[in-house]
Design a protein around this ligand. Structure first.
Ligand SMILES: [Zn+2]
Ligand SMILES: [Zn+2]
Length: 360
């Protein structure tokens, strides 16, 4: 059935603004990457870094103003939640159901994080789950830490939306927000400029753009990328998975709960990534709050018995922690198409594979 969905959507990539095609990891087509694209991509990666360096340098002559700080903090939180709740837990893993206006709000916030259209992000992430720390993983730090962090983007990675997120192409809201990605991304720079301008004229606008635009973008980028690099390299493991995913407290805090990455790989559909009270997970708190007031429903949570089954036993932790390099070729081949369809299927296949191979 899912295979048919791919065939139906074959060759029908949504057409994006030409500039979006120049944003490398934001791409939706399989055409070769042009020189212009490479230049735009480099700018998107490095300008926020240079802007942040300048912002820090500027603190010697001028303290950050309350307006700048507010723009940075509010912008960071909204964009981060757009990624964690909107792009990741809601869209990619279907961790809960929400009405259109809430879905739209979070997907727009995610677009403002400058991490590519929602469809691209979901396809890339499903590919990651389906091939974690294997050759086909887009951003495994097994190749090198730098590759897992940002090198994969600079290597002109192109998401295969039809293969990995084909069913989402039928979702009109998701396709619309993906097509208009560039508008929302640029709006995320225009708003802090406008607010800064309203409080302090042109100079205020430029500093608003610096702190609420470039610095905020730099932090959103590198914290998200740290989930891919740091959380597949440093931290503890509580659950059996077929990859090198780790739980990292610091990234857990900075990335609104996404740092509990071993938990997430063990239970991809769970709306909660923190599985203990002390595993701080702000995204889960927001999801829980929205559920309490009746705005979202069908929130996926994992029963304690299921957690217990997947928990790494202390006496075999060394044997089971031989990561990465645990591959399941036969199972992956058998379920290849289904795995590509949705993260829900990935979860099932990984569970199935783990059950079939008791040494994992
Ligand atoms: Zn991962
Ligand atoms: Zn995920």
């Amino acid at each position: 059935m899912r295979r048919m969905v791919y065939q139906e959507s074959g060759g029908c990539n949504p057409c994006l603004h030409p500039l979006v095609h120049g944003l490398g990891f934001l791409l939706m087509s399989n055409k070769p990457v042009s020189i212009t694209s490479k230049v735009v991509l480099q700018l998107v990666v490095w300008i926020p870094l240079l802007g942040t360096a300048y912002a820090i340098f500027s603190l010697w002559g001028r303290f950050i103003t309350p307006v700048d700080l507010t723009l940075l903090v509010v912008g960071y939180i909204l964009c981060a939640l757009g990624i964690t709740i909107g792009y990741h837990r809601m869209l990619t893993h279907k961790g809960f159901e929400a009405p259109g206006w809430i879905r739209g709000f979070f997907l727009i916030c995610g677009s403002m994080a400058f991490q590519g259209p929602a469809l691209n992000w979901a396809a890339t992430h499903i590919q990651h789950h389906a091939n974690s720390d294997d050759d086909m993983d887009p951003h495994s730090p097994v190749k090198s830490f730098f590759h897992g962090h940002v090198g994969w983007i600079l290597d002109d990675f192109r998401p295969d939306v039809e293969r990995y997120a084909g069913p989402l192409l039928k979702d009109k809201l998701v396709v619309f927000i993906s097509k208009t990605f560039l508008f929302w991304a640029l709006l995320s720079l225009a708003i802090p400029f406008a607010v800064g301008y309203a409080f302090g004229g042109l100079k205020g606008g430029l500093y608003g753009f610096l702190w609420g635009g470039l610095v905020r973008m730099f932090l959103n980028h590198h914290v998200t990328w740290a989930v891919n690099s740091v959380c597949h390299t440093y931290g503890g493991r509580e659950f059996v998975t077929t990859d090198a995913s780790r739980n990292n407290f610091v990234i857990g805090l900075l990335a609104m709960g996404e740092g509990w990455h071993n938990n997430h790989h063990a239970f991809p559909r769970s709306a909660n990534h923190g599985m203990h009270w002390w595993q701080i997970d702000p995204s889960a708190y927001v999801i829980g709050g929205l559920e309490k007031v009746g705005l979202i429903k069908k929130v996926v949570r994992i029963a304690p018995e299921r957690l217990a089954i997947r928990r790494i036993q202390a006496d075999v932790v060394e044997e089971r922690d031989v990561l990465p390099g645990v591959v399941l070729p036969s199972v992956i081949m058998e379920h290849g198409t289904a795995m590509a369809a949705a993260a829900t299927t990935v979860a099932e296949v990984v569970s199935h594979a783990a059950a079939q191979q008791p040494t994992l």
